[in-house]
Design a protein around this ligand. Structure first.
Ligand code: SF4
Ligand code: SF4
Ligand code: SF4
Length: 291
């Protein structure tokens, strides 16, 4: 029994935690939130169980889950229903005294869940992340890029707090259906085009590494995550560097393995590309200690 629980710890944790989150949010809102979160939990559970038995399908199922959840959040809930999940909407909503999807998304995916799964939302649900995954990753640029400029990320986040409050003082998109929809489309287009352009200047997943306010927030908590990318047999490392080369967030995974350390980096999006790239099967997404 213990062996079975160990083997399926991540899918079981996903199912249980998403169901609990669904029940909590349903308590405050309505039953649709339970369906949404329980559905995500079920999808995580079933795909992760398949991947345990067929590890070669891992990236296929991860990207499929990201496409389905991200597509649902963007095309159905955002564009069709009109719920804006992007960061500034939290402050549009707060300035008009309402709680909507943006705040729920931020609290659940960027504050609560990172304590358990790290920044897994980025690699399994974010629609802009999916776009960057298929267009941005690993573009070669002439000199090695800076991984992150911390003050720039925080300045961008601060601007995304101040500007919405200032705009809301004149005309609040939270209170104007037409303006909100225009804002949703405009903001998403802005993020993907800036992200796409930045990749050619500063390399792989530049928007995610340098600017995204969500990872700036969730990165504060993800270092305490229960499940992390972990070396389980550091002694077998051949220093081939494939794990570091595979990382879209430019994390030096090889160095962490050499020091028998878990990947606690705030930018780790838990895409598990490093895990899949290791010919010695040294890396695993687990709660267990690094060895
Ligand atoms: S860093 Fe931001 S844009 Fe990139 S995947 Fe995560 S939430 Fe999405
Ligand atoms: S360290 Fe591994 S899991 Fe984390 S972002 Fe890099 S490749 Fe993905
Ligand atoms: S890919 Fe595996 S063997 Fe190669 S450096 Fe990374 S951990 Fe070591």
């Amino acid at each position: 029994m213990k062996k079975l629980l160990n083997k399926y710890s991540i899918p079981l944790a996903a199912l249980i935690i998403f169901t609990i989150v669904g029940l909590i949010v349903m308590w405050y809102r309505d039953i649709r939130y339970f369906y949404l979160f329980a559905g995500m939990g079920l999808m995580e559970f079933s795909t992760r169980v398949i991947v345990i038995h067929y590890p070669q399908t891992k990236q296929f199922f991860r990207l499929s889950v990201q496409f389905i959840i991200g597509g649902f959040l963007l095309f159905w809930l955002s564009i069709f229903i009109g719920v804006n999940f992007q960061f500034p909407q939290v402050f549009f909503d707060l300035s008009s005294g309402v709680v909507t999807g943006a705040l729920i998304q931020t609290l659940v995916a960027r504050v609560a869940l990172p304590f358990i799964f790290g920044n897994a939302f980025c690699s399994r649900a974010c629609w802009t992340g999916f776009f960057f995954e298929i267009t941005n990753s690993k573009k070669n640029i002439s000199k090695p890029p800076k991984q992150r400029i911390e003050w720039l990320a925080w300045a961008y986040l601060l601007a995304l707090v101040i500007v919405p409050f200032a705009i809301a003082g004149f005309h609040n998109p939270a209170e104007d259906e037409g303006l909100r929809r225009m804002w949703i489309v405009g903001e998403n287009l802005f993020i993907v085009s800036v992200g796409f352009a930045l990749t050619f200047i500063s390399g792989s997943r530049s928007y995610c590494r340098m600017l995204c306010p969500f990872i700036t927030v969730s990165g504060l908590f993800s270092k305490f995550a229960l499940f992390k990318i972990t070396p389980i047999a550091s002694d077998s490392c051949t220093s081939c560097n494939k794990c570091t080369t595979a990382c879209p967030m430019l994390i030096d995974v090889k160095e962490l393995v050499a020091n028998t350390e878990k990947v606690s980096h705030k930018l780790c999006i838990v895409c598990e590309r490093c895990v899949d790239s290791c010919p010695e099967d040294i890396l695993k997404y687990t709660y267990k200690k690094a060895k």
